[in-house]
Design a protein around this ligand. Structure first.
Ligand SMILES: Cc1cc2nc3c(=O)[nH]c(=O)nc-3n(C[C@H](O)[C@H](O)[C@H](O)COP(=O)(O)OP(=O)(O)OC[C@H]3O[C@@H](n4cnc5c(N)ncnc54)[C@H](O)[C@@H]3O)c2cc1C
Length: 387
């Protein structure tokens, strides 16, 4: 593609194209272990080693602390996730969580805490995780019961965090707790006395997942990320930077499903011809293609806006997250249908894609919760004359 006229308007700048190529190479290098890794409930050692060796995890850490770019760039994270998720959800999650789990440290950690953890996150020597959800609290995070109490020059944390990605392999957790009437985010090393990780749940698309119980856990005062009461602000800035990357992963997954269905539909013969020419099958394939291209266009636009100003572009990132994850759900469902019984075979690629598409509509802001906040903004802007 050349860099002039409308082509340039609708193509990625070269540095993202190069990054995409790099991520595709890593994904291909993990293809041989993808099926195994995507069923794992602990870090797959080969995937971890290959991701670390690729240097791609540096994309989610700022250059000052051993990262790739000056600041974490939403479009960079998004194009990498698109390429990784096309091959392995485990690889994609491992990459993304290093950023999601460490972003608050990057923007608000004390100098000592940043210098200790971030270079290790960039090399995967340390594994990052974030603990917001509790057994009785999911979307309604203001109802959390985890507490943070300052005691001299220490913070004491008590609580129970649930469904925490990476928990069994994590080196540290960003824990959201109530400090009096305020909400604070505190970095808790996984080996701090009083931290227990359990694994009571596993989901349809296996994930490195665990619960974290914190009993009188003491950490130095400088482990509070930012000031007391900045917990929600830090979560919002994490979401604003990373939410759109879930959309990128959904696009990659949907594309992989369509390629699998196409391979089947063009080679399987029924009624004297390929499935791809029969009845509703061509329409199903073409509709998947449209869904994917629409999702990708909005995702790149939202990711580019987030790369400029994450908070100002949060509504676009939210739209992309809902649009692309819901599109991926529709695409994999149609692709299963196109493949008939072969789409259902346990251990087959399509069955894996079908399961992997489902959680994306629930984590990092469920579809309904995001729709509710988008509708509120729409109405507010309308009433304020902004539209
Ligand atoms: C694979 C996976 C990984 C996860 N990793 C992490 C992690 O690393 N850290 C972490 O803290 N959490 C994590 N979670 C938890 C995740 O953030 C929650 O599942 C999510 O916030 C939704 O909460 P919930 O499941 O309790 O659903 P609920 O909040 O109970 O919601 C249930 C249903 O009600 C709807 N609903 C709820 N509130 C509203 C509303 N106001 N308006 C309209 N509809 C509403 C929801 O959309 C949903 O459909 C993970 C979850 C999964 C599945």
């Amino acid at each position: 593609m050349n860099d002039s006229g409308t082509t340039a308007l609708f193509s990625l700048p070269q540095r993202y194209v190069d990054l995409q190529e790099e991520a595709r190479k890593l994904a291909l290098a993990c293809e041989d272990v993808a099926a195994r890794a995507d069923e794992a409930d602990r870090f797959d050692p080969d995937v971890r080693e290959r991701l670390a060796a690729s240097g791609l995890a540096k994309v989610v850490v700022a250059a000052e602390y051993g990262g790739r770019f000056e600041a974490v760039d939403s479009l960079a994270v998004t194009v990498v996730r698109e390429a990784l998720a096309k091959v392995s959800a485990h690889l994609d999650s491992m990459f993304a969580m290093q950023g999601i789990g460490s972003f608050a440290v990057s923007v608000a950690g004390s100098e000592r805490v940043r210098a200790h953890w971030l270079p290790k996150v960039a090399t995967l020597e340390a594994v990052a995780a974030i603990g917001l959800t509790e057994p009785d609290v999911g979307s309604d995070l203001r109802a959390i019961t985890t507490t943070v109490v300052q005691d001299g020059d220490e913070l004491v944390v008590n609580g129970h965090k649930s469904f925490i990605t990476n928990a069994p392999d994590a080196s540290f957790f960003g824990i959201l707790g109530k400090e009096g009437d305020d909400f604070s985010l505190v970095l808790v090393p996984a080996d701090a006395p009083g931290v227990t990780v359990t694994t009571p749940h596993q989901i349809v698309a296996p994930h490195v997942l665990g619960d974290v119980v914190l009993e009188d856990v003491r950490v130095p005062l400088d482990h509070r990320l930012g000031e007391r009461g900045q917990g929600f602000r830090l979560m919002l800035s994490t979401l604003a930077t990373f939410r759109v990357s879930v959309a990128g992963a959904s696009v990659g997954l949907a594309e992989a499903a369509l390629e699998e269905a196409l391979g089947h539909a063009t080679t399987r013969q029924q009624f004297g011809g390929p499935l791809a020419r029969l009845g509703g099958v061509p329409a199903a394939l073409a509709t998947c293609w449209i869904d994917i291209e629409m999702a990708r266009s909005l995702t790149y636009r939202a990711a580019a806006a987030a790369a400029q100003d994450p908070l100002a572009g949060l509504h676009l990132s939210s739209m992309a997250k809902v649009g692309a994850t819901e599109a991926a759900g529709r695409v994999v469902d149609r692709c299963v249908q196109v493949m008939g019984r072969f789409g259902l075979v346990r251990g087959g690629k399509m069955e894996r894609f079908y399961r992997e598409a489902r959680p994306m509509r629930i984590y990092e802001g469920s579809t309904e919760v995001i729709l509710d906040s988008l509708a509120k903004k729409l109405v507010k802007d309308h009433e304020g004359g902004a539209r």
